[in-house]
Write a protein that binds this ligand. Structure first.
Ligand code: SF4
Length: 291
């Protein structure tokens, strides 16, 4: 296996979703995806990209992170995003140690040269692998391991259609459960649920009333609120220039849901989820790249 990845872009911006929303983050967007979700706003990452050596990716991440050196973020004592959850009965071997491992990273014990956050601190910026689908590339897990070794808090955004168990346990996995409106609901890899831990996050991207009902049902059926933080992200309608012809269609008969209606339903149903507004799309133009 060559020591390379196909990279679409690497840039410093703001984490727009997840429990880390609002924090500075270096994004490593990898090329390629095996899904074609109806609402995908990064179709340009399906094919555009250039081959980069892992070492060069790390160097570029380090260059973008340099201004933040020795400026860790203080956390509320005893709190680390994603860990203040009730843990379900441990059902996976590696995962039972993972919460501990994540805390070790947060306390700086595993930090590499230059990144040494103290107790109840995390290093900034975060580093997130995204796509496309980052787990499609065999060298993505080794890169994440290296970045963890370098002392970064590493996140990965994954569609939930591929095996997440090979990812370094220090990495925060933000895993989609694809709702019916995506056109890709059959691609959910349900075996992944057994590998999730308290420091991971499950994201539902909600575009229709049917998506909301489906997500609510999955939360109840699988007791997902006992697993990890749950995110509900409202679908920003695509601009015409973002509507790649290869994308799936929203299945016929589904009813679009507004942002307001989604929030009102979450509150009325007392759902234990975090609503997401995709900060980057509010701050910058929705079709802008590199933010
Ligand atoms: S998984 Fe993500 S990148 Fe792939 S098609 Fe769906 S939204 Fe786009």
């Amino acid at each position: 296996m060559s020591d390379t990845l196909v990279v679409n872009e690497i840039y410093l911006s703001l984490q727009g979703e997840s429990t880390f929303a609002g924090l500075p983050c270096v994004f490593v967007r990898l090329t390629g995806c095996n899904l074609r979700c109806s609402y995908c706003d990064t179709a340009y990452a399906f094919t555009e990209g250039k081959k980069m050596a892992l070492a060069d990716v790390r160097t570029e991440v380090g260059r973008l992170a340099k201004p933040f050196q020795d400026r860790p973020l203080a956390l509320t004592p005893g709190f680390s995003p994603g860990t203040a959850r009730r843990e379900r009965a441990p059902d996976v071997s590696a995962a039972s140690q993972v919460g501990h491992t994540a805390e070790v990273v947060a306390s700086g014990a595993a930090a590499g040269p230059g990144l040494k956050p103290g107790v109840n601190e995390i290093a900034l910026p975060l580093v997130e692998l995204t796509g496309g689908e980052p787990l499609l590339q065999p060298n993505a897990p080794p890169l994440m391991k290296h970045l963890c070794d370098d002392g970064f808090t590493v996140l990965v955004e994954t569609s939930g259609a591929l095996d997440i168990s090979k990812v370094d346990p220090r990495v925060r996995r933000i895993m989609d459960l694809k709702c019916p409106g995506s056109g890709e609901v059959e691609r959910n890899r349900w075996e992944n649920l057994a590998h999730l831990k308290a420091t991971d996050e499950i994201k539902f991207v909600i575009g229709t009333v049917e998506d909301y009902a489906w997500a609510k049902q999955q939360i109840a059926t699988h007791k997902l609120d006992l697993v990890c933080p749950l995110l509900m992200s409202w679908v920003h309608p695509l601009r015409p220039e973002q509507q790649d012809k290869a994308l799936k269609r929203v299945p016929a008969g589904q009813t679009p849901i507004s942002r307001l209606e989604l929030v009102e339903r979450i509150i009325a149903d007392a759902l234990p989820v975090r609503f997401q507004a995709q900060l980057h799309k509010i701050i910058w133009s929705p079709e802008q790249r590199g933010v």
